[in-house]
Design a protein around this ligand. Sequence first.
Ligand SMILES: Cc1ncc(COP(=O)(O)O)c(C=O)c1O
Length: 409
Amino acid sequence: MALDHRVAERQAAGESIVHLGFGEARLPVFGQLADRLAVGARRNRYGPVSGDVAVREAVAGYFVRRGLPTSAEQIITGPGSKALLIGVQLVLSGDVVLPSPCWNTYAPQAALAGKTAVRVPIPAICGGVPEPDLLDESLRHARRAGHEPRILLLTLPDNPTGTLAPPAVIRQLCEIADREGLWIISDEIYRDLLHEPTTEFLSPAELLPERTVVTTGLSKNLALGGWRIGAARFPTGAEGARLRGDVASVASEVWSALAQPMQEVAAYAFAEPPEIREYLAAAARLHGAVARAVHREIVDAGAACRPPAGGFYLYPDLAPRQATLVERGVTDSASLQHELLETYGVAVLGGHHQGDDPAALRFRVATSLLYGDTDEEREAALAATDPLILPHVRGGLDRIKERFARLCN
Ligand SMILES: Cc1ncc(COP(=O)(O)O)c(C=O)c1O
């Protein structure tokens, strides 16, 4: 938020800033969603804490279509998945294992829930999960230090790296979680934004169904972040039912229920009529095309970077250009973020904000801000067969190429 504010200041002063710092899908609202919201405006009762049956049935159907047998009783809806994520952490005992780097909200949420965050580096091939070989050792180390790691938080696909952990890694992690008695929270909010429809996705809920909670929402796939619509899927069985009941108690005392007009939207969107599926496919195509193009430019400039697989992020590492950067006074991710913005007019989020080693030269790039400055430009990007030839998208890519080349050479 502070970064966004600084960018706005620089832009107001007439500077050309390439803003790659804010994690938002930045696509226009699909028309029929706005129509449902208008219909829902007349709904002004509180309603059931977990959500109306019609909404929970729609969410259950959404999970069933993704290979997870689910009934409406397993679902709680809420004002964004963020609220549900902290709800789960407030009622589960023990400390939390986080991949490093990870989404910048997990660690503050763990702290709010009175938990220690045990950080485990991500594998070389993907983010969103701890490196399995380091997880065992980190658990032992944390226990020796007096902590009680009982929850493993995974992001599939991932913010900040834009990658997806492959099934083999998920299997290894679930074996460890099973052996060590860990709960898994699988944050699957970017699941519908896999760039290739054929990419194999394995949810931990398929392997460890009795101890995995899955969270999702409409903020990313349908670009409705500001509408605050999220959902969580709890396990069946006694433990799952107890956990769901406890999270419903948190919901009852904190947010009461998902806002009724949003329930109208959620029932429609989670049912996924053909036009919603088309929008999702177009959004995933656009995110993929632009993320891959930015990846090419940044790698050409000399960065190391895992290729993107889903969502709209990249996580470059400028270690290969360290010698040049040191000459420019850049010695860690904070000075890199500062130099990129203040000298080169490129806004990114340094790795230190995401739990990464502050001495590393890593940062997150959100590629979705390149789709345009107006709804018309964003509509055109979404509809284009090749968004990269649109002048406003091309212009952003050219600026990225030129500015990273200058920084690195
Ligand atoms: C990994 C991850 N999980 C959850 C969220 C928040 O989602 P919601 O809008 O559903 O609260 C975000 C948003 O940036 C995210 O990146």
